[in-house]
Write a protein that binds this ligand. Structure first.
Ligand code: HEM
Length: 162
C-alpha cells in the first residue's frame, strides 16, 4: 500500500508539472519563437505542435483525475479531523483544477486556435498555479492537523488526560 501511495503522489505531482510547464511554454515561450517566422509559416509550424500539446494535456488531465481521486481516498480520514479547514482547501483545489481542465478542453477543442486562445492560456496558467497553491496549503494543513492529533503532541495529551 505504501508503494501505491508514493506512486500515486508522484504521478499526480509529475502530471501537474507537465501540465503547468506545458501551458507556460505554450503561453510564454512558443509565441516568441513563432513570431520570428514569416506569417504563412507560423500556422504550418503551430498545427503539429498543437496536436501533440492536445494529446499531452488530455493525458495529464486523465492522470490528474485518477491519481487525485486515489490521493483523496487515502487522505479523507485525515481531512475529517478538521473539515472546516481541510475539506474547504480540498474543495478549492478541486474546483480550481476543474476550472483549469474546462479552459484547456475549450481552447484545444478545435483543430485551429481561436482569437481568444492566447488570453485563455494566460488565464489557465494563473488558475493552475492557484491550484498548486491550494494543494500546498492542503498538505500543510493536513500535516499540522495530524501532528496536533498525535499522542506525543502536548495538545493531544491534555485532551486525552494523563
Ligand atoms: C480533479 C482533479 C484533482 C484532484 C481530485 C486532486 C486531489 C489532490 C489531493 C487529494 C492531493 C493531496 C493533498 C494532501 O497532501 O493532503 C493533491 C495534491 C496535489 N495536487 Fe491535486 N488534485 C487534482 C488536480 C490537480 C491539478 C490540476 C494540479 C495542477 C495544477 C494539482 C496539483 C497538485 C500538487 C502539486 C499536489 C501536491 C501538493 C503538495 O504536496 O505540496 N492537482 N491533489
Amino acid at each position: 500500500m505504501a508503494l501505491l501511495v508514493i506512486l500515486s503522489r508522484w504521478l499526480h505531482v509529475a502530471s501537474a508539472c507537465v501540465a503547468v510547464g506545458g501551458v507556460f511554454f505554450a503561453r510564454v515561450v512558443l509565441p516568441v519563437g513563432l513570431a520570428a517566422l514569416p506569417i504563412g509559416q507560423q500556422s504550418i509550424a503551430l498545427l503539429p505542435i498543437r496536436r501533440v500539446f492536445k494529446r499531452v494535456i488530455h493525458t495529464a488531465i486523465v492522470l490528474l483525475i485518477l491519481s487525485g481521486a486515489f490521493n483523496t481516498y487515502v487522505a479523507w480520514d485525515k481531512y475529517r479531523l478538521d473539515p472546516g479547514l481541510l475539506q474547504m482547501l480540498w474543495g478549492v483545489h478541486v474546483l480550481l483544477a476543474l476550472t483549469a481542465f474546462s479552459i484547456a478542453l475549450y481552447v484545444l477543442a478545435r483543430a485551429h486556435p481561436t482569437a481568444s486562445a492566447r488570453r485563455l492560456l494566460g488565464v489557465n496558467l494563473v488558475v493552475l498555479l492557484a491550484a498548486v497553491a491550494a494543494a500546498s496549503s492542503l498538505k500543510w494543513g493536513r500535516d499540522k492537523t495530524v501532528g496536533s492529533h498525535s499522542p506525543s503532541h502536548p495538545a493531544a495529551s491534555s485532551v486525552a488526560g494523563p
